[in-house]
Design a protein around this ligand. Structure first.
Ligand code: UDX
Ligand code: UDX
Length: 464
C-alpha cells in the first residue's frame, strides 16, 4: 500500500541547513506546503525580507530558489506550534553544538535543543506525524526522540496521535549548498517504519534519481553522517600533515596531491592543503565520534580520530607562529592584513574558521590586524575575536577592499580561498605595503609569480 502523501512540512530551525534544504524541497514539490520555523524572530524576519540580498544565509543561487517559492508554498514563521499542528512531517534542524559544561564537555553534543523541540512536537502535533532528524546527532538519539514522543499519545481534543521517527542527515557543504541539494551524491534515510520511509523517499524522488536514495536502519544513518564528516576531515588533516613535510623537504604539496589523486582508489577531491578545516561540523562531529567511542570503551578508536582534530589545531597554530618568525620574531605594533575570514569561500559563515585562531594568536602578539572579507560583517568578526577593535597594544579593523586592508602592512595573509584573491593586483598591493613585505598564502591560491615580481616575499602552504 502506498503511504498517504505528505501535504504539509514543518522544519524547526531556519539555519544554514534548514533554510536552504526546505527552499529546495518547496521548489521541487509545489503541492507541499513547507513552513520553516525558528525561535529567533530576527532570523525569520530576514528570511521574509523583500530584499533577497538580506537573507540570513549567503549561498550562491539560494535567492533565486527562495524567490520562486516564498509566499507560494514556502513560509518562514515564528508560530511554531501552529506549524507543527498542521504538519504531516516535522524536520528537526536545530543546532547541536559541542557541550561546554557538564559530563562530556568539549566532546559530546549538546542535545538540549533537540530535546526541547521534540517535546514541543510531542505537545503540539496532531494525528500521525513523521519526525525527521536532520541535525547531526549521536548514534541512538532517535531512541530518545521516540521515547519522548511516545509519552504523548493524545491531542488536546482527545484524538489519538502517533509518531514515526526517521534519520535523514544532510550532506550539503556550505558555499555549494544549492548544487549539493539539487544533485546530491546520495540521500540517506534511516528508519524502521517502511511507510514513513517511503513517504520521505517520495519527496526526494521528485528530483533525485531513485538509485541515489539509500535506505538503512536508524543507527547506520546516524553513524554514517558522523563517519562521512570524520573521513573528509581526516583527508584534510592528512594532506596538511604532508604539506608540512613538503615545506621541510622541498616537495610541493600541490604536485603530491595531484600525483596521489589520480589513483582512482584515492580520488582527487578534498586534497587541498590549507590553514586547517573549519565549519560547524567537522570538529564537532569528530569530537562526538570520539566521545561515543570512549562511551563504548573503544579507547584506541577514540584516540585515532582525536588525532585528526589535534593535527588541525596544530596547523592553525603553526601558521600564526611562522608569520611571527618570518617577521623577525615580532609582530608587535605591525600591521598585518588578513584576506578572508569565512571558514571557506562562498559563505558568510565563520564557525570554527581557522582565521579566528590565527587572528587571535597574532593579536596576542600585539599585531594590528586589518581584515577584509567580502561577506562577513564587522559584528560577526567582533563576536568571533571576542575583543573590541582596540585592546591593549593590539587592534583590529575591517577594511572595505583588499588593497585598503594592506595599507602600511608588513604582511598579508590569504586565509579564505575567495575568487577575489586569485587575481589581485599585486603591484597595487605591494605599493601600499611597508618593506620588506610578505605574502603568506595559506590556500595556495594567489598568483605567486605576480606577487614575487611586485617585490613581495612569498610563503605558500606546502611549498618547499
Ligand atoms: C545544522 C544542523 O542542525 C547541525 O546539527 C549540523 O551539524 C550543522 O547544521 P545549522 O543549520 O548550521 O545546523 O545551524 P544554525 O545555522 O545555528 O541554525 C539552527 C537554527 O535553529 C537557529 O536559527 C536557531 O535559532 C534555531 N533554533 C535552535 C530553534 O529554532 N529552536 C531551538 O530550540 C534551537
Ligand atoms: C562539511 C561536509 O562536506 C558536508 O557534507 C557536511 O554536510 C557538513 O560539513 P562544510 O563544512 O560546509 O561541509 O564544508 P567543506 O567543503 O566540507 O569544508 C570544510 C573545511 O575543510 C573548510 O574549512 C575547507 O576550507 C576545508 N577544506 C576542504 C580544506 O582545507 N581542503 C580541502 O581539500 C577541502
Amino acid at each position: 500500500m502506498t503511504p498517504p502523501p505528505v501535504r504539509s512540512i514543518c522544519c524547526m530551525g531556519a539555519g544554514y541547513v534548514g533554510g536552504p534544504t526546505m527552499a529546495v524541497i518547496a521548489d521541487h514539490c509545489p503541492e507541499i506546503q513547507v513552513t520553516v520555523v525558528d525561535l529567533n524572530a530576527e532570523r525569520i524576519a530576514a528570511w521574509n525580507a523583500p530584499d533577497l540580498t538580506c537573507l540570513p544565509v549567503y549561498e550562491p543561487g539560494l535567492d533565486a530558489v527562495v524567490a520562486r517559492s516564498r509566499g507560494r508554498n514556502l513560509h518562514f514563521s515564528t508560530e511554531v506550534d501552529a506549524a507543527i499542528a498542521s504538519a504531516d512531517m516535522v524536520f528537526l534542524s536545530v543546532n547541536t553544538p559541542t557541550k561546554t559544561r557538564g559530563v562530556g564537555a568539549g566532546q559530546a553534543s549538546d542535545l538540549r535543543w533537540i530535546e526541547a523541540c521534540t517535546r514541543q512536537v510531542a505537545e503540539a502535533a496532531q494525528g500521525h506525524t513523521i519526525v525527521v532528524e536532520k541535525s547531526t546527532l549521536p548514534v541512538r538519539t532517535a531512541e530518545t526522540v521516540q521515547t519522548i514522543l511516545s509519552a504523548s499519545q493524545q491531542s488536546g481534543d482527545g484524538t489519538a496521535k502517533s509518531f514515526s521517527v526517521l534519520s535523514n542527515p544532510e550532506f550539503l557543504a556550505e558555499g555549494t549548498a544549492i548544487a549539493d541539494l539539487e544533485s546530491p551524491d546520495r540521500v540517506l534515510i534511516g528508519g524502521q517504519d517502511a511507510d514513513a520511509l517511503e513517504a520521505l523517499a517520495g519527496i526526494y524522488s521528485q528530483w533525485v534519481p531513485s538509485e541515489r536514495i539509500l535506505r538503512t536502519n536508524l543507527w547506520s544513518s546516524e553513524l554514517s553522517k558522523l563517519t562521512a564528516n570524520a573521513f573528509l576531515a581526516q583527508r584534510v588533516s592528512s594532506i596538511n600533515s604532508i604539506a608540512a613535510l613538503c615545506e621541510a623537504t622541498g616537495a610541493d604539496v600541490k604536485e603530491v596531491a595531484c600525483a596521489i589523486g589520480t589513483d582512482s582508489r584515492i580520488g582527487s577531491r578534498f586534497l587541498k592543503s590549507g590553514p586547517g578545516f573549519g565549519g560547524s561540523c567537522f570538529q564537532k562531529d569528530i569530537l562526538n565520534l570520539v566521545y561515543l567511542c570512549r562511551h563504548y570503551g573503544l579507547v584506541e578508536v577514540a584516540e585515532y580520530w582525536e588525532q585528526v582534530v589535534s593535527l588541525n589545531n596544530w596547523q592553525q597554530r603553526r601558521i600564526a607562529k611562522l608569520v611571527v618568525q618570518r617577521l623577525f620574531n615580532t609582530v608587535a605594533g605591525k600591521t598585518i592584513a588578513l584576506l578572508g575570514f569565512a571558514f571557506k569561500a562562498d559563505t558568510n559563515d565563520t564557525r570554527e574558521s581557522p582565521a579566528i585562531r590565527i587572528a587571535k594568536d597574532l593579536l596576542e602578539e600585539g599585531a594590528q590586524l586589518s581584515i577584509f572579507d567580502p561577506k562577513v560583517s564587522t559584528e560577526q568578526i567582533q563576536r568571533d575575536l571576542g575583543v573590541p577593535p582596540t585592546d591593549g597594544d593590539s587592534s583590529w579593523k575591517q577594511a572595505t577592499d583588499p588593497v585598503l586592508a594592506c595599507q602600511g602592512a608588513d604582511a598579508v595573509l590569504i586565509l579564505t580561498e575567495w575568487n577575489h584573491f586569485n587575481s589581485l593586483d599585486w603591484k597595487a598591493v605591494s605599493s601600499v605595503m611597508r618593506r620588506p613585505a610578505w605574502l603568506f598564502d595559506t590556500r595556495a591560491t594567489a598568483d605567486k609569480q605576480a606577487a614575487l615580481s611586485a617585490g613581495l616575499q612569498v610563503w605558500t602552504v606546502g611549498e618547499g
